[in-house]
Design a protein around this ligand. Structure first.
Ligand code: SF4
Ligand code: SF4
Length: 340
């Protein structure tokens, strides 16, 4: 039995038994190897956050060294945050460490740097999942939202497929992440077809987070009927084309968020968050639980703040402040209003 399998089985026993302090390790880690990005997308929290509190930086070797012991027990290492992970010089060190531990890897990227050389290196590094953020199916939409071209973005999947073929291995599983707005939600059905043509297995669409007043009018919550109709058309296309499609909802009120039972997020500077709700420095929405400069990941995993969340989910106390109206629990306009 691998460490991974043993950890998963222990996790499942602890969850079934109602445990709050977990002997099992996190199932997933998400890490931010760099906080630098090469785009300036208008919907992104980067454009509105406090830049003094969110300086550029790259994960140093000592942080990587503190992550490495956990890799053998992870179901997956997710690489990416509010930044472009392929800009990190340490990306290859991270992927190599994961490979040594036989740990599946998922890379989140804006797709701008998936040239032939990058694709060949990612294939060689054994990347399992490639997630490309694409917020439109038409050239003008993508130009407006991200400042990049549609074809140059989608063709990254072709280059990855070609690199895998040349190496004689299966390509990573392809995903698209789509932030839905009133301007682009009507294009989601078209994107399903474009994605299916490129071998994309899965699209996850989510609500826009309203980081600034100028984003407000783009929220789907302002015209739910139109959004539902567009999402329904996308659902039909996904069923016709065999693409797995995750859609933003309007129904959840106080859903269970299991992130503090399953994952930790490690920022480039070694600060650790209990979830991926807001992975930047702010006082309101993020869930800071520790610092790798002071404690190991496994010590932080049972930090008092995480325990208080787990107790609340078990009905034994109040939720931490940032969880009481979180977009991961509530499909409401208020929960997505996150002014910075
Ligand atoms: S590519 Fe991603 S991280 Fe960079 S600005 Fe755009 S949304 Fe933000
Ligand atoms: S409810 Fe929100 S803030 Fe709380 S742990 Fe879940 S994602 Fe994080």
């Amino acid at each position: 039995m691998t460490d991974r399998r043993a950890n998963l089985e222990l996790h499942e026993r602890e969850m079934a038994g109602g445990a709050v302090r977990l002997a099992s390790a996190p199932l997933t880690l998400q890490i931010e190897p760099t906080s630098v990005c090469n785009l300036e997308c208008g919907i992104c929290g980067r454009q509105y956050w406090d830049s003094l509190r969110n300086p550029p930086g790259e994960m140093p070797a000592w942080v990587l060294a503190r992550i490495e012991p956990v890799l053998p027990s992870l179901v997956e290492l997710v690489i990416g945050g509010y930044a472009e992970a392929t800009l990190a010089r340490n990306l290859w060190t991270v992927l190599e460490a994961a490979r040594r531990s036989d740990c599946p890897t998922r890379l989140i990227t804006n797709g701008t740097r998936l040239d032939e050389r990058m694709c060949a290196r990612l294939v060689e590094a054994g990347l399992a999942h490639l997630v490309v953020s694409i917020d439109g199916a038409r050239e003008p939409t993508l130009r407006k939202n991200r400042g990049i071209g549609l074809e140059e973005t989608l063709s990254g999947f072709d280059r990855m497929s070609a690199a895998a073929k040349a190496a004689g291995v299966a390509p990573p599983r392809f995903h698209i992440s789509f932030t839905a707005t009133r301007s682009n939600v009507g294009e989601l059905a078209e994107l399903v077809d474009l994605a299916a043509d490129r071998g994309v297995a899965e699209i996850r669409a989510g609500h826009l987070k309203i980081y600034a007043r100028e984003l407000d009018s783009e929220s789907l919550f302002h015209d739910v009927d139109a959004a539902r109709a567009a999402l329904g058309r996308a659902r039909e296309r996904s069923e016709a084309r065999g693409v797995t499609l995750g859609l933003p909802g309007f129904e959840r009120r106080g859903a269970d968020c299991l992130m503090p039972f399953q994952m930790l997020f490690v920022k480039w500077n070694g600060k650790v968050l209990g979830c991926c709700s807001a992975v930047f420095e702010n006082d309101k929405y993020s869930f800071p639980v520790g610092d790798l400069a002071d404690r190991s990941l496994l010590e932080i995993w049972n930090d008092a703040k995480i325990l208080s969340y787990r107790q609340a989910l078990r009905g034994q106390g109040a939720y931490p402040e940032q969880c009481t109206n979180c977009a991961f629990r509530f499909d409401t306009y208020d929960a997505h209003l996150r002014l910075l």
